[in-house]
Design a protein around this ligand. Structure first.
Ligand code: G5P
Ligand code: MG
Length: 217
């Protein structure tokens, strides 16, 4: 079992680059990337909803009280998580099972988010994410590694995006305030992940030794 190195979550509105940043964190620091949204999609798509990595596990349940979905979080020993906690209730539930070392919050303008999401294509089986402007696949419409077709997420339709952004704003505010009051919140603002990334890398490097240099990502 891996020893505890770091427990971090990345918060931010839809399209803010949580997944993109977290993938880079995972590669650069040898951590596990856990995405609650990806687990939910896999679970609702017929998978067993269980993701497992060295020393960490996240379990998504379909039949829990509350809105349509719920997430149960089992302690992870080292890793970076996106999309969870998403509400104050989830933040408090997380408190009962582990103490976070670091919270990264991404602040990206609304117009930028809309543009990014309309150009996003994903490989459903792996969760790999592309963007026609930012990181296009080698061959249009096809996953680089498997050659399988890419799809657009249902919730990336413009009308769904506006509703997701509203919902996120309401739910996230108290979560962000909570972590700010604990002194573990680090906020990054901008319109480009490549400009935000070096700051995230520097912050994390002060907590754990990297396995890759900043430029290698
Ligand atoms: P998700 O899957 O967590 P969201 O809505 O929180 O969904 P999303 O849409 O996955 O977040 P992201 O991960 O923040 O966005 O962003 P990303 O995919 O990395 O980047 C977006 C796009 O921009 C990509 O195409 C990327 O390549 C591109 N990009 C990145 N940086 C740049 C850049 O600098 N420039 C450009 N041009 N492009 C860039 O959750 C989905 C749903 O599941 C439910 C909720 O309903 C949620 O809406 N859910 C939960 N429900 C209850 N509890 C929870 N804990 C839940 N978690 C999820
Ligand atoms: Mg994501």
């Amino acid at each position: 079992m891996a020893s505890k190195l770091l427990r971090a979550v990345v918060l931010g509105p839809p399209g803010s680059g949580k997944g993109t940043v977290c993938e880079r964190i995972a590669r650069s620091f040898g951590l596990q990337h856990l995405s609650s949204g990806q687990f939910l999609r896999e679970s609702l798509g017929g998978g067993d909803g269980l993701g497992q990595g060295p020393g960490c596990i996240i379990c998504v349940r379909k039949n829990v009280p509350g809105p349509k979905t719920g997430v149960t979080f089992v302690p992870f020993h080292c890793g970076a998580c996106t999309g969870f906690p998403r509400t104050l209730g989830q933040a408090k539930a997380l408190d009962r099972i582990c103490e976070l070392d670091l919270v990264i919050s991404l602040n990206i303008p609304f117009e930028t988010l809309k543009d990014r999401l309309s150009a996003r294509w994903v490989h459903p089986a792996s969760g790999r994410v592309y963007n026609m402007d930012f990181n296009p696949p080698h061959v249009q419409g096809v996953d680089d590694l498997t050659g399988e077709p890419l799809v657009q997420r249902e919730d990336d339709r413009p009308e769904a995006v506006a509703a997701r952004l509203r919902k996120y704003k309401d739910a996230a505010k108290p979560v962000i305030e909570l972590y700010k009051s604990r002194g573990i919140l680090h906020s990054f603002s901008g319109t480009e992940t490549n400009k935000i990334w070096p700051y995230v890398y520097t912050l994390l490097s002060s907590k754990i030794p990297p396995v890759l240099s900043d430029e290698e990502n």
